[in-house]
Ligand binder design. Structure first.
Ligand SMILES: NC(=O)c1ccc[n+]([C@@H]2O[C@H](COP(=O)([O-])OP(=O)(O)OC[C@H]3O[C@@H](n4cnc5c(N)ncnc54)[C@H](OP(=O)(O)O)[C@@H]3O)[C@@H](O)[C@H]2O)c1
Length: 361
């Protein structure tokens, strides 16, 4: 299986870079798409992701909103990992026009090029938001891969709708294909991804921004919200397993190591870094203040209010039983992420820095 050529879309991204690293270290040949090859400083670290790869990373230009480059990118490709998609900062006021085209039309474009080129397998990076994003959590319910977000609901964010419609587009595209054009499709549906970034340019990734805020003591008070998380290395492994495990074909896969309160994240990161000189808060924001803020702030209204005091439970048995993934402990995900960000210069090292200390989970 190794030595086969795998195309990964959007390799400059936080998640995709781990997929590339793992594929290369597993012996695959990897071709990656980027929107532009011109930014040498951004491109150079991509060629250094894997330790002693058997094959170097090949890079090609392709944009999700344009046809150019995709047919050429698919030449000789055995499998595609379609990971590129805009992931705006949580709470940002994004317009549908900005992200629907690359997310939905882009997915159709990539899959059409894959079908034309006779690609055998496709793994699409979806999200739990295509499963659970109905706006408001049903108490006591354990969400599984049978569920779909209602993309018509006004309580679902623009990003949530983009991911739901993009994943639906992938399954519908496959259904619409004649037998000789069909490939094997799986989706990976991660929770909020945490874990070490591999490149300094990942400072702009939404996940990395969340940890940057924690390390810079922003926000100073924490709303009582809880969210499922997962490790970026487990997400990469899930993509690889979807490639190799026949049980993954035609299925969606929720990926999560469990749920954690916002305050819990600050407690874990604070106990490691406050003794080193950080000032990470664990002070709570009372619910009534969140409700007041929600009157004025759409981000709080859409992303925080529906989750106040709620725990979103996921059934991750496909991840453990079918893909065979034992999730990385949350503490390792959070601390490895923070240390990697300090080592990469994404955040300043605290005055009494004693790292780097990475977990051997
Ligand atoms: N991080 C999470 O918590 C999380 C959770 C669930 C699912 N996901 C999914 O995982 C995937 C990767 O997310 P990430 O966290 O790694 O975000 P990221 O670092 O922002 O990566 C997004 C990637 O998509 C590319 N992209 C965006 N618009 C594009 C376009 N028009 N044409 C070509 N490429 C385009 C970006 O390219 P540029 O570098 O050129 O902008 C970048 O490579 C996304 O599909 C996201 O929805 C992420």
């Amino acid at each position: 299986m190794a030595d086969k050529l795998v195309l990964v879309s959007g390799v400059s991204g936080y998640v995709a870079s781990h997929i590339v690293k793992l594929l290369q270290e597993s012996g695959y040949r990897v071709r990656g798409t980027v929107r532009s090859l011109k930014d040498a400083a951004r491109i150079a670290p991509l060629t250094q992701l894997a330790k002693n790869p058997k094959h170097g990373l090949e890079l090609v230009e392709a944009d999700l909103v344009r046809d150019d480059g995709w047919d050429k990118a698919m030449e000789g490709v055995y499998a595609v990992m379609h990971t590129a998609s805009p992931f705006p900062p949580i709470g940002a006021d994004v317009k549908e026009e900005a992200i629907f085209r690359p997310a939905i039309e882009g997915t159709r474009r990539v899959l059409a090029a894959a079908a034309n080129a006779g690609v055998k397998k496709v793994v699409v990076t979806s999200s739990i938001i295509a499963v659970v994003g109905k706006g408001g959590i049903v108490k006591g319910k354990k969400y599984n891969e049978e569920e779909w977000t209602d993309h018509t609901s006004e309580e679902v964010t623009v990003y949530g709708r983009s991911k739901t419609l993009a994943e639906r587009a992938a399954w519908e595209f496959l259904d619409s294909q004649p037998e000789d054009k069909k490939f094997e499709l799986s989706t990976v549906n991660p929770a909020l991804v945490m874990g070490p970034p591999l490149m300094e340019s990942h400072r702009s990734a939404t996940s990395v921004g969340i940890m940057r805020d924690t390390l810079s003591n922003k926000p100073p008070f924490l709303p009582s919200i809880n969210f499922p998380v997962c490790d970026v290395r487990d997400v990469a492994l899930a993509h690889l397993k979807c490639l190799t495990n026949p049980g993954a074909v035609g299925k969606r896969h929720l990926i999560s190591s469990g749920a954690i309160w916002f305050k819990g994240i600050h407690e874990i990161v604070g106990s490691e870094f406050n003794p080193q000189g950080c000032r990470i808060t664990t002070r709570s924001l009372p619910n009534f203040l969140v409700r007041v803020a929600a009157l004025f702030d759409q981000g709080v209204r859409m992303e925080v209010l529906p989750r106040l005091d709620e725990i979103l439970e996921l059934d991750t048995s496909r991840m453990t039983d079918v893909l065979g993934i034992k999730p990385t402990p949350m503490k390792s995900s959070l601390l490895d992420m923070a240390y990697a960000m300090m080592e990469l210069g994404i955040v300043d090292k605290p005055a009494k820095y004693s790292g780097p200390k990475f977990s051997q989970y």
